[in-house]
Design a binder for this molecule. Structure first.
Ligand code: PEP
Ligand code: MG
Length: 890
């Protein structure tokens, strides 16, 4: 145990520093740091976490020497404030707070105004110009907090008592109570304390302090705190620190005040002091909204001295912390105190502007700007339209679903894809509302401004397609009940009819009534500058999931260096391709199937030509057909009849086929490579389309790097079966064209068995791409499409820490990914490994992939910048960790 147990701060010096979090807790280390760099922080001291640990281990006994050090700490406060602890003529009051190395609710809250008793209250009033109301107000707050937080008197008892006094006095608000009435509150509180504890509350300030410190120590091992640490996997901490600090008062008349400010504007990033304050008020009054705070610019006129000082500190703080700061301050009788500083929360626009400006101002370097000043999620906001004023419609939110695809959209409600397309044709803006979507709906999804589904998760059809297009989507919004027949949906008592205006925000999952105002995306300028710096630090590549040439081109603009997944099935829906696809499915002989496939070939080839061209010089991974065939057939009777008619078949024949393809568990059914194994002619057609396109373009001088990918294998034999078909087809194409191209054949790893036998598979396959959508589905046994029914509850109740379809489950699915990668590379050292599940665009998962040693992650075009920043930050973080280790070793 460290000799020193109490660390003082204040008056421009400190015993501690910000690096000493494990000993001083986060709050204590920060107070020390602020004080050490000269900030006018009210003096105080921090009792070490080791002391807390000792107390816990020794049945509630303080370690030797702590008592003396605490007394010396209080003396330090008395000297710097020129006040005396328990001195009624000139009383020092203190606050006591807990503070572990990680912020941790569940431990003891704050006790303010400690040191109070009848004599002190009287002295306090006298010292403040006879202001008895001020003194009794401080007194009652103390009894409430000490009684409640330290001794466990139920807080409601105090609440009821003050309500009673207000009623008797005929006032509505606490601030309207006069001195006598406030004194009546104090008396009532004393009685409550006595009745609950069976004795009067301790009037000796030292006793108050001792009990409060013990309460903080004890709260470390409270059931709540232990549970919180367990749920949040907080391990390796020994206890909480205790911070004791001199009270300063912003409510000592018109030369006092309190406020909060940001060193730059947190919504635009402009370099200006931004914030608000209240004269003659306590900190909580600013937050409580009882009085309306003034804009910080007025402080310049009201209190020029403290204002100038504050302004000077903001610059100093930004220089020191190398970031925009969010500051809490109090002015006590003309003297400025800084109570807290931390990096300020900001919008995406502000984050990028501040990062770029701070580099230009020489405050930070590019490394820090990329590593710390912008969060990946900030970039999301810049690439999509947003609500102009999200605070304006709090009472109009009618549903909360999953934030499936970011950006805000407004439009009139339609319930079918056809209606969406019709409305778009006449210039209307619509939101397509469906229980869930299917590939049949893509036309309408494309026509809509935004998509809302009431069922399905983050990898549901609607979510995946919308993200791919960068179209706002809220998925799985269970608050809403759709009635297609009635042409309406309900959310509680609200009924929304087809044609009514709604808005959805795919960044937050909110569904809002009415035609809310939007503002356009803000790419360009600062965004481009910032992204160019990101490239400098990015070591892992980011590819994109794209199925069309325009998507591929957009992703390239956003910095993608290849395609990690082309889902070829998406190409079969457009225009009359679907009818050719249906012909293939309806075929009853191989010859018929081949004839239909031959009609599809030119379309596939055309698409590949477009994609290869857009990705000139970059690799393109193309996956063979994956979904079960029934997805390509209509399920409504009228549609089946129409299909039959156009194909010259009977409706009964179509219906029979639909029935035959019907599966109980389509996700585990006849899909993926199982299709190619049973119908090799499909694989042949696709391989031919890919390689013919490649050969023809390479003849034109385009650099094509095709990677043909087999989906959903569980055994190496499934892979080799398909590989042999692809290879044979390739040789035929090369011979016919009298020209060869380099190409690779590899596989998705998306079935647990494939991950577990990856060494066998890597002997044959040239690359792996982890399909973590299916891998998550099959590892947990959660259906991708149905998990929305229970996952939100699982997350709410902390049965799962988060939705594993959004962020990879590090411990389970992640273990399979790690195992698969290392097994694969144990037999093929240079095995190219990537990920193409939706996790490829999730910052925490990207970080995971970086540490697994993947060559790339692949995500929807609009998430490419996010993944790039996450990849760069992962690399920088690793460098920092290595540098720290190096420093320790040296
Ligand atoms: C996956 O399973 O992660 C994947 C990318 O394939 P899909 O989502 O098309 O099944
Ligand atoms: Mg898959």
């Amino acid at each position: 145990m460290t000799d020193k147990k109490v660390f003082k701060f204040g008056n421009g010096t400190a015993d501690g520093r910000r690096e000493m979090k494990s000993l001083l807790g986060g709050k204590g280390a920060n107070l020390a740091e602020m004080s050490a760099i000269g900030l006018p922080v009210p003096a105080g001291f921090t009792i070490s976490t080791e002391s807390c640990h000792f107390y816990g281990e020794h049945g509630g006994v303080w370690p030797d020497g702590l008592e003396e050090e605490v007394r010396a700490g209080v003396r330090h406060l008395e000297e710097s404030l020129k006040e005396g602890f328990g001195d009624s003529a000139n009383p020092l009051l203190v606050s006591v707070r807990s503070g572990a190395a990680v912020s941790m609710p569940g431990m003891m809250d704050t006790v303010l105004n400690l040191g109070m008793n009848d004599d002190v209250a009287a002295g306090l009033a006298k010292r403040h110009g006879g202001d008895e109301r001020f003194a009794f107000d401080a007194y009652r707050r103390f009894i409430d907090m000490f009684g409640g937080v330290v001794m466990g008197v139920p807080h409601e008892k105090f609440e009821h008592a003050i309500e009673r006094v207000k009623q008797e006095s005929g006032v509505d608000s606490d601030v309207d109570l006069n001195a006598a009435q406030m004194k009546a509150v104090v008396d009532a509180y004393k009685k409550i304390y006595h009745d609950h504890q069976g004795e009067s509350f301790p009037t000796d300030p030292w006793e108050q302090l001792r009990l409060s410190i013990n309460a903080v120590f004890g709260s470390w091992n409270s059931a709540r705190a232990i549970k919180y640490r367990r749920i949040n996997h907080i391990r390796g901490l020994i206890g909480t620190a205790v911070n004791v600090q001199a009270m300063v008062f912003g409510d000592m008349g018109d030369t006092s005040g309190t406020g909060v400010c940001f060193t730059r504007n947190p919504s635009t990033g402009e370099e200006e002091l931004y914030g608000e304050y209240l004269i003659n008020a306590q900190g909580e009054d600013v937050v409580a909204g009882i009085r309306t705070p003034e804009d910080i610019s007025r402080l310049k006129e009201e209190m020029p001295g403290p204002y100038d000082e504050l302004l000077r500190w903001t610059r100093k703080l930004e220089e020191h912390y190398q970031d925009m700061q969010d500051i809490e301050f109090t002015i006590q009788e003309g003297t400025l105190y800084i109570l807290q500083t931390r990096s300020g929360k900001r919008t995406g626009t502000a984050a990028v502007k501040i990062a770029v400006d701070m580099v230009a101002e020489g405050l930070v370097d590019k490394r820090r700007a990329v590593g710390k000043l912008v969060e990946p999620r900030h970039l999301d906001q810049l690439m999509h339209p947003q609500f102009k004023d999200p605070t304006s419609f709090k009472d109009k939110i009618i549903g909360q679903g999953l934030p499936a695809s970011p950006g805000a959209a407004v439009g009139q409600v339609v319930f079918t894809a056809d209606h969406a397309e019709e409305a778009k044709a006449v210039g209307k803006q619509v939101i397509l509302v469906r229980i869930e979507t299917s590939p049949d709906d893509v036309g309408g999804m494309d026509a809509a401004q935004g998509i809302l589904t009431t069922r399905g998760g983050m990898t549901s059809h609607a979510a995946v397609v919308a993200r791919g297009w960068g179209k706002p989507c809220v998925a799985g919004c269970g608050d809403i009940v759709v009635d297609y027949e009635a042409g309406e949906f309900r959310s509680g008592k609200v009924v929304v009819k087809e044609g009514d205006w709604i808005a959805v925000d795919g960044s937050t999952g909110q569904v809002v009534l009415g035609r809310q105002e939007l503002e356009p995306p803000k790419m360009g300028g600062n965004f481009e500058t910032f992204m160019s710096w990101v490239s400098d630090f990015q070591t892992m590549n980011v590819r994109t999931n794209a199925d069309t040439p325009p998507d591929a081109a957009r992703a390239r603009e956003l910095g993608a260096v290849g395609i990690g997944l082309t889902r070829t099935e998406h190409m079969f829906f457009e225009g009359d391709r679907i009818s050719k696809m249906r012909e293939m499915i309806m075929a009853s002989t191989e010859a018929e199937r081949r004839a239909a496939l031959a009609k599809l070939l030119p379309f596939q080839k055309e698409d590949f030509i477009g994609i290869f061209r857009a990705m000139d010089g970059y690799p393109v991974t193309i996956r063979l057909l994956d979904p079960p065939l029934h997805e390509f057939l209509p399920h409504e009777e009228a549609d089946q009849a129409a299909m039959a008619k156009s194909m010259g078949l009977t409706t009964a024949a179509v219906k029979a086929k639909v029935d035959a393809l019907d599966e109980l568990n389509p996700m585990l059914g006849h899909r993926g490579c199982r299709l190619g194994v049973t119908y090799p002619e499909i694989t042949e057609m696709q391989a031919r389309a890919i390689l013919e396109a490649a050969v023809e373009l390479s003849a034109e001088g385009v650099t094509v790097l095709p990677e043909i990918m087999v989906p959903l294998i569980g055994t190496v034999e499934e892979y080799t079966d398909q590989r042999d078909v692809i290879k044979a087809t390739a040789e035929k194409v090369f011979a016919e064209k009298n020209r060869r191209v380099e190409y690779m054949i590899g596989t998705m790893i998306e079935i647990p068995r494939a991950a577990l036998t990856a060494d066998e598979i890597a002997k044959e396959a040239e690359f792996f791409s982890f399909g973590t959508n299916d891998l998550t589905q099959m590892t947990f046994g959660y259906s991708r499409d149905d998990a929305g029914k229970f996952l939100p509850q699982y997350v709410d109740r902390k049965i799962l820490p988060y939705d594993p379809f959004q962020t990879i489950d590090f411990e389970g699915v992640g273990k399979l990914v790690k195992t698969g990668t290392s097994l694969g590379r144990s037999v093929r050292k240079d095995l190219k490994v990537g990920i193409c599940g939706e996790h490829g665009g999730d910052p925490a998962s990207v970080r995971f992939c970086y540490h697994v040693g993947m060559n790339y992650v692949s995500c929807s075009p609009f998430r490419v910048p996010i993944a790039r920043l996450a990849a760069a930050q992962a690399a920088l973080e690793e460098e920092d960790v290595k540098a720290e280790k190096g420093a320790v070793m040296a």
